[in-house]
Design a protein around this ligand. Structure first.
Ligand SMILES: [Fe+2]
Length: 154
């Protein structure tokens, strides 16, 4: 394969990383790895309230593993529960709805292999999230709160 650089093994402890607000209220992410070369990232997503989180389109594959809580997409007929593995193909547009209780927020690990286009209810493009914007959110948040940066870019 071309353009594949070897990386050393890495251990990232989620407890060393902050929960970073992600746009809407009651939604946070915790980045575990950001790969600028591939344009991909891995993060935990936490949603503390039931309801519509956002509508988005993936330009590349997404894989998810539900740790806690339940959620579904308005456009699909399945419901994800703890232990479920979710695969989202490129081009899929879906609206995330969390089904959680106050005592147990939704927690899902997502491996995102390319940009996410957030769209409005009418389908207009609102915001494009990339590995670079994800890294900027992380670094800005850490700077603002005096949190030491962890080596999550690899
Ligand atoms: Fe998605």
């Amino acid at each position: 394969m071309e353009n594949v650089q070897p990386v050393s093994d890495s251990l990232v402890r989620a407890r060393d990383l902050p929960w970073i607000p992600q746009g809407s209220a009651n939604v946070w992410f915790k980045p575990l790895r950001i790969n600028l070369r591939a344009g991909s990232w891995v993060n935990l997503l936490k949603v503390a309230r039931s309801g519509v989180v956002n509508r988005h389109r993936h330009l590349s594959e997404v894989e998810g593993w539900v740790v806690q809580g339940r959620w579904h997409y308005l456009e699909h007929d399945w419901h994800a529960e703890p232990g479920a593995y979710v695969y989202e193909p490129p081009g899929d547009v879906h609206t995330l709805v969390a089904d959680v209780t106050d005592a147990e927020p939704m927690l899902t690990l997502f491996a995102i292999h390319g940009p996410i286009e957030y769209v409005t209810e009418t389908g207009d493009l609102a915001y494009v999230e990339t590995a670079e914007t994800k890294l900027k959110r992380y670094e800005d948040h850490c700077r603002e709160h005096g949190i030491p940066l962890q080596p999550i870019v690899f």
